[in-house]
Design a protein around this ligand. Structure first.
Ligand code: F0G
Length: 352
């Protein structure tokens, strides 16, 4: 039976005989071949569907490791700033481990599904008037003096857990892809994947991908080379103007011969609708940033025809139902009786 990441990749993780083997059976997510998009783009495209983790995002990989280490060190509480997914994962793993989670979120800027999770798992939810960057600064300061363990991705155990997604991709493909496309917010995940690919290559000789990271244009600090004081994007998960792992992300890009580029909200929403409508995979808008980037890079030639590309779908589409409903022309056909419905179907099927 699959028992989660700490068991699965024990020898590659900082686990001692005192580390509790915490698990919600996270990881082991599918690598979905995106047949229709592959055909359209002329590449072999897969989606690493991290939205199927227990709390619906890749954050579970890092959180299981960070919370296990916090418990090992005797912590009774953890704290994080979050655009939503980190807070959901922190809340779930804290309650699982029998400790308290304090989650600090930017007021009014988190998707409803994520807030619902933090509530139902029983976190202490703190909302601040500022954005994610300000929330992160506040929790970093507080964790210096108070008896709480900081579990944002500045905590190195987070990246250790998250690197396991790269291991899985290499196992699933039996090699590394040519290109790994990934959304970039606080820049922890791109850094974790690169670490994972390098470690796996060293042990298994699976080769290395080029790392292609994508920021939302209104929050593209790394692309512009400056802090964005008021980041804005429809992809609230990556609405971050001062990424904490900025330097590590640049190193991943440069060492791998990759790129970090920006995608507009329009490109994000287009990719968001496209992967759901064409290949049947519902991801959250932040996750669609990497697919938007793949489409952009196929056009510009940064991804070549015939290449094998893995795009990381970092979070589940159900996290943000409001954007799904607002980003499409919702058409619900109301019927008064069975005859009405029959007629509706007849007309529809006749056009197929
Ligand atoms: N995709 C999703 C769905 C996310 O929630 C995040 C980050 C990212 C991509 C970007 O990953 O920060 O490692 O570059 N979410 C954080 C949060 C900030 O608080 O949930 P990153």
């Amino acid at each position: 039976m699959y028992e989660g990441l700490l068991k699965q990749y024990q020898e590659y993780l900082p686990i001692t005989d005192k580390t509790p083997m915490l698990s919600l059976a996270e990881g082991n997510t599918p690598l979905i071949p995106l047949h229709n998009l592959s055909k359209e783009l002329g590449i072999t495209l897969y989606g690493k569907y991290e939205g199927l983790n227990p709390t619906g995002s890749f954050k579970d990989r890092g959180m299981v490791m960070a919370v296990a280490k916090a418990v090992e060190d005797g912590a009774k509480a953890i704290i994080c700033a979050s655009t939503g997914n980190t807070s959901a994962a922190a809340a779930a793993y804290a309650t699982r481990a029998g400790i308290k989670a304090y989650v600090v979120i930017p007021d009014g800027k988190i998707a409803m599904g994520k807030l619902a999770q933090a509530i139902i798992y029983g976190a202490d939810i703190i909302s601040i008037p500022g954005n994610f960057d300000e929330a992160l600064k506040a929790v970093r300061d507080i964790a210096e003096t108070e008896a709480v363990a900081l579990v944002n991705s500045v905590n190195p155990y987070r990246l250790e857990g998250q690197k396991t997604a790269a291991f899985e991709i290499c196992e699933q493909l039996e090699k590394a892809p040519d290109v790994l496309a990934i959304p970039v917010g606080n820049a922890g995940n791109i850094s974790a994947y690169w670490k994972g690919f390098k470690e796996w290559h060293e042990v298994k000789g699976t080769a290395l991908p080029r790392m292609h990271g994508f920021e939302a244009e209104g929050a593209a600090a790394i692309v512009r080379g400056e802090v964005i004081e008021q980041p804005e994007t429809v992809a609230t998960a990556i609405r971050i103007g001062n990424p904490a792992s900025w330097k590590l992300a640049e190193a991943a890009r440069d060492e791998s011969g990759g790129h970090i580029d920006a995608v507009t909200d329009e490109e994000i929403l287009n990719a968001y609708r496209k992967v759901a409508a064409q290949d049947g995979v519902f991801v959250e808008p932040g996750s669609a940033a990497s697919l938007a980037g793949v489409i952009q890079h196929v056009k510009s030639g940064k991804i070549k025809q015939g290449e094998t590309v893995v795009t990381v779908f970092t979070g589940n589409g159900l996290k943000d139902p409001d954007t799904a409903i607002n980003a499409t022309d919702v058409k619900i056909s109301k019927m008064s009786d069975l005859e009405d419905m029959r007629q509706h179907l007849k007309e529809g099927v006749a056009k197929l």
